[in-house]
Every structure is written in structure tokens, then in C-alpha cells.
Design a binder for this molecule. Sequence first.
Ligand code: ADP
Ligand code: MG
Length: 175
Amino acid sequence: MIFARTSSADQTKALAASLAELARPGDLILLAGDLGAGKTAFTQGYGAALGVDDLITSPTFTLVNTYEGRLELNHLDVYRLEAMGEVLDLGVPEMLDDGGVTVIEWGDAVAPALPADYLEIRFTFIETDPTGATDDVRILELVPVGPRWSARIRAVATAVAPWVHEPTAEETGNR
Ligand code: ADP
Ligand code: MG
């Protein structure tokens, strides 16, 4: 796995844009992490780099938002409990066969039911110091699962190199 650190939403978007350079039809990216951790910000940077002009927002009430870009971007969010079952009914494997790329917020929750071939990115806040100076810092842990991403792990490491950072004990707390 690879650890990266960003200290603003723009940095998270830039990291995502850099990863989007590696995008291939059928790619699946699962985003894990609490509310406000930066999953949607990541998707916005990722989509912009794929040439999506539309504003990317969380698909809270629609299950999936599809955007036109260099590659089609399917954006799902399974935060709502009911959405989980709906996502499973949706046929993610068929969606992946359609030639686009798919990003699922809270995707870790449905991972066992998905093809075991994805990049998981776990977003965490770091322990906040009393001055609040670390409020905008996020640690991103990138975990390749399955052949598609294991084969590209060096390219992934290169793409996120500007942000690579081994988290310190202070940053991970007692996680
Ligand atoms: P999620 O989709 O995980 O619930 P969002 O991307 O919607 O989170 O929101 C993240 C919020 O945190 C935004 O208001 C964003 O501006 C802010 N933020 C601050 N620092 C960062 C960072 N390093 N990465 C991403 N977002 C950040
Ligand atoms: Mg979100």
C-alpha cells in the first residue's frame, strides 16, 4: 500500500487528477472514509482530469451519476443503507464492461459483493492539534486489490509521488 498526505481539498483534487492519467476502461475505485474526509473532492478532481465539464456532486438521491468525459465516469455513493442493496442490484460488473470508469464512495461497504479488482483509497483525518492547524490534512492510503491494480502499482506510486508520506504516530493516533 501507499500512503499520501494532502493539506487542502485542492491538493486532494490534484492527486486525483494525477491518478486519472492512468484511467483505463473498466477501472473501479472504491473510496472509504468518514463524512467530510474528501471522497467527493477526490471524485471532482478525478472527473475534471477525465474532461468532465459538469459539476460533480454526491449522488445522494440518485444512485449513480454518469458524466461524459474522455472516459465515461460513473459516480456512486452507498452512504444510505438502502443504497447498498440497490448497488448490488445495479450490476456493477455490467457497468464496468461499458467502457467507463467507476468511482464508489463508501465502496468498502459493498466491496465483498464487487469484483475483487479495484483500487481502494482510505481517507482519514489526522489527530487535530489544539490550534486547528491540521484541520485540512488528510492521509490517503491506497490499496490495490486484484490483478488490474497490482500490475499498475508502480505507476500509481509515481502518480501520487508528490504527496507520498509515511504517516507519523501523531497522525495515525491510535487508529
Ligand atoms: P466526503 O465526500 O468524504 O464526505 P467531501 O469531499 O464532500 O467529503 O468534503 C470534504 C470537505 O473537506 C470539503 O469541504 C473540503 O473543502 C474539505 N477539505 C479540507 N481539506 C481537505 C483535503 N485535504 N482533502 C479533501 N477535502 C478537504
Ligand atoms: Mg461525498
